[in-house]
Design a protein around this ligand. Structure first.
Ligand code: HEM
Length: 165
């Protein structure tokens, strides 16, 4: 078997490995922020201290996540192009592929545009006014994003391996 066509690591397989590696780093980080960093920061009694604790972690992770989001997108579009499957984005039987792109676009918009331009400042002001509610909202939104990402990962693995109807 080894070295046969079925075992070769071609460029599609390499792109898929990079795709999954990038997802593990990116969505794993989102899980960490959602379940550990935000709740720990929220538990600090002082709003300034809570913001500092959150931003010290979040700022560094956002820098790393920009790379993994970029890599996930490049590898994903490379695979689509390689198998000339762009039309699948409009095909409802490949809904899991559409879901990937929607999740990716939402995160990219947030991390590259909205967060640096608007959300960072707005969240800061809100947290200084009402720490509890601001962090509760941030946690809720992260839970939603994490849940949808989880569905996209599960559906992606099932769909890519022909296990979805
Ligand atoms: C621009 C965005 C994206 C594009 C164009 C894209 C495209 C693709 C393509 C073409 C495949 C291979 C499908 C096949 O082998 O038939 C794939 C696999 C996969 N993608 Fe994406 N994807 C993107 C983003 C995402 C995101 C955001 C997630 C999850 C949050 C995701 C999760 C997966 C998973 C889990 C697989 C299956 C890996 C495997 O088990 O072989 N993708 N993607």
């Amino acid at each position: 078997m080894f070295g046969s066509a079925a075992m070769m690591i071609d460029d599609f397989a390499f792109a898929r490995a990079l795709h999954v590696l990038a997802l593990v780093h990116w969505i794993g980080g989102v899980a960490m922020v959602t379940t550990i960093v935000l709740p720990r920061a929220r538990a600090l009694p002082d709003a300034h201290a809570a913001l500092t604790a959150f931003e010290a972690f979040e700022g560094r992770f956002a820098t790393q996540a920009r790379f993994s989001i970029l890599l996930a997108g490049l590898s994903g579009f490379y695979m689509l192009d390689k198998i000339q499957a762009w039309a699948r984005l409009l095909d409802s039987t490949f809904w899991w592929l559409g879901l990937m792109v929607v999740v990716w676009a939402a995160f990219a918009l947030m991390v590259f545009v909205l967060e640096p331009l608007v959300v960072h400042r707005v969240f800061r002001e809100y947290a200084l006014r009402d720490k509890e509610r601001a962090f509760a909202l941030a946690i809720r939104l992260h839970v939603v994003a994490l849940t949808i990402s989880g569905v996209a990962i599960a559906a992606g693995v099932l769909g890519a391996h022909g296990a979805l109807p």
